[in-house]
Design a binder for this molecule. Structure first.
Ligand code: BTN
Length: 329
């Protein structure tokens, strides 16, 4: 009933009387009032005026399923399996557990807060409440893992589009999968694959993305204040996290739809957004440090680096630091 009232208020151009709401829903006016109070407690600004009724002045700023769906097309194919949580340890961890129980392709989990947000290389990902969008999607592409080498690039490119759609800011991509702006990190992506032992095919992939939205500088832990940024800091505006989450889900859907058919076009777009190309980089592998220049991204998404001795290597793994970013001078 709460959702129905919300939908009616959203559709109404201005005020809707309590009488009309109660008649259309077949409930008492007291029940309507109760539901409106509930919506207000969830953060919706609903004005009421004598003889006029109720008017939805502002949607809630809390991340919630209802608001995310309101920003997606009706009958969006992944809508049934969209899960929105207040607080979880990690959306990737949770989705992997659901995958093991048979959750379908296209299951998406969004959280307002992660108490154990995970980054690459065993690092954490700071995920405080009210600040970011922490989102994972479960994909079950039926193909061998070598056909998915470009998956992380495809996700990064999709997230560039989503962030631009929701905020007007087009981030760059620091190879392979950090979104950056002004030399600082805006977003990180963690891709995890599970293989079927016998067939060697992919059982599932869980792709998790964290975007810093609403942080001021002091909201970041001190040790990352120099290297992290948020959409609020970068644009000077408040960003609607529900609209951003919807843009991310929509971009992921399109990415998934074209993953195996439009690889070349995707990589061309990726190369245009990749801020690593042409820059001096240092490749860190264990204790080894190799300096070179990032030349290109190959058709599998690997970074082609030319080293000081003129040799070239397509780098797939290891940490690449880019000169002029994240404090690397
Ligand atoms: C990185 O920067 O190294 C990757 C960060 C990935 C963070 C996202 S937030 C949603 C999903 N759940 C996690 O625990 N991690 C990813």
């Amino acid at each position: 009933m709460k959702s129905k009232i919300l939908a009616m208020l959203r559709d109404a151009d201005g005020y809707l009387s309590g009488q009309e709401l109660s008649a259309r829903l077949g409930v008492s006016r007291a029940a309507v009032w109760k539901a409106v109070e509930k919506l207000r407690r969830e953060g919706y600004t609903i004005q009421s005026a004598p003889n006029r009724g109720y008017c939805l002045a502002q949607a809630t700023k809390k991340l919630c399923r209802e608001e995310i769906l309101a920003h997606l097309p009706e009958n969006f194919p992944w809508q049934e399996s969209l899960l929105c949580m207040d607080s979880v340890d990690s959306t990737n961890t949770r989705l992997k557990a659901l995958a093991a129980q048979g959750a379908p392709h296209g299951t998406v989990m969004v959280a307002d807060q992660q108490t154990g947000g995970r980054g690459r290389r065993g690092r954490g990902f700071a995920s405080p409440s009210g600040m970011g969008v922490y989102l994972s999607v479960l994909l079950r592409p039926s193909c061998p893992p070598d056909k998915l080498m470009h998956l992380t690039c495809a996700v990064a490119e999709a997230m560039c589009q989503a962030v631009e759609h929701a905020s007007g800011l087009r981030p760059g991509i620091k190879w392979t999968n950090d979104l950056v702006t002004g030399g600082k990190k805006l977003s990180g992506i963690l891709t995890e694959l599970s293989l079927e032992a016998e067939s060697g095919t992919v059982d599932y992939a869980v792709v998790g993305i964290g975007v810093n939205c609403c942080q001021s500088l002091s909201d970041f832990p001190e040790e990352i204040q120099e290297i992290a940024t948020s959409l609020k800091l970068a644009t000077g505006r408040e960003i609607d996290r529900n609209a951003l989450a919807a843009a991310m889900i929509s971009a992921l859907y399109t990415m998934d739809d074209t993953l195996l058919t439009h690889q070349a076009e995707m990589l061309d777009a990726y190369r245009r957004d990749c801020v690593t190309l042409g820059r001096e980089v240092v490749l860190l592998r264990g204790a080894e440090r190799r300096y070179g220049t990032a030349l290109s991204v190959d058709e599998a998404g690997a970074l082609v680096v030319e080293f000081a001795d003129g040799s070239r290597e397509a780098v797939n793994s290891g940490e690449v630091s880019v000169r002029g970013m994240y404090g690397y001078a």
